[in-house]
Design a protein around this ligand. Sequence first.
Ligand code: ZN
Length: 304
Amino acid sequence: MKVAGIDIGGTSIKGMVIDDHGKMLHSLKIDTESSLGRDHIVENLKKIVGELHSAHQDIAGVGIGTAGRVNVATGEVVYATANLPGWQGTNVKKIIEHHLNLPVVVDNDANTALMGEQWLGAGRNLKDITMLTLGTGVGGANLVNGEIFRGAHWSGGEWGHVILIPNGLPCNCGQKGCMEQYLSGNALVRFAEKATNQSYESGVKVMEDYQNSRKEIVSVIEEYIAHLSVVITNLSNGLDPQAVIIGGGVIESKEFWWDAFLKALKKSAVPVEVRPALLGNMAGSIGAAKLIIDTIRNTHENGF
Ligand SMILES: [Zn+2]
């Protein structure tokens, strides 16, 4: 079976055609152009699925991961931030089913990233996994006994908005002290800039200064690692997963900080295995593809 997997983010839409053995046959990426609004995002989404379908007309369905919270049963985005203006309330499943006349399933992008890592990445052969993505924001997902745990309102796994510091930094969700304000890549750059009174064009530059033992940055990274260790310990106590997988942009510079992080984590009373994600920014579209493969198989098995 061949399917398309799509990942819609605030910056780009990635798409691929992949078979049910995990062999990638085609991949594409276009700018989301989210600032131009909902209709424009929809047009770009139609464009990328249309191109993949023209090149592989035998695809059996389309899986889509998108930023925001998604009602997987209906395919509607029930909550989205300003990163995708107008996206909240959009029924992505209906739009693409109508456009291609193929089965479509839609889920949150952190959920699809976890499905991707479980299928072809760091979580192979595991059934209980928690994933954190440390990128522009902080995403999260839970796999419990082999199933994604989505919660009663499709917001299960929103670890980024669990409060880490009571009355801490204000968050765009309306709360104060959310994990996202301390552990995202953006937060890391912000703390580094505050500590040094200079601007950093990227997290990688911060990490370079860490490697060069710049005093202010060493303190920033030590605090970042301490916060992350607390979070991992809490996740482990709450869910007792076989592993916590950490993905997102911050993991791309793991060679600078991963060993120090493991050392800090060892002091925790909880024996928890942490693994860096392996699929990079392809995890979301790979997992979206897996989701539609599983959905099609389940539908056939149930005789619909
Ligand atoms: Zn928040």
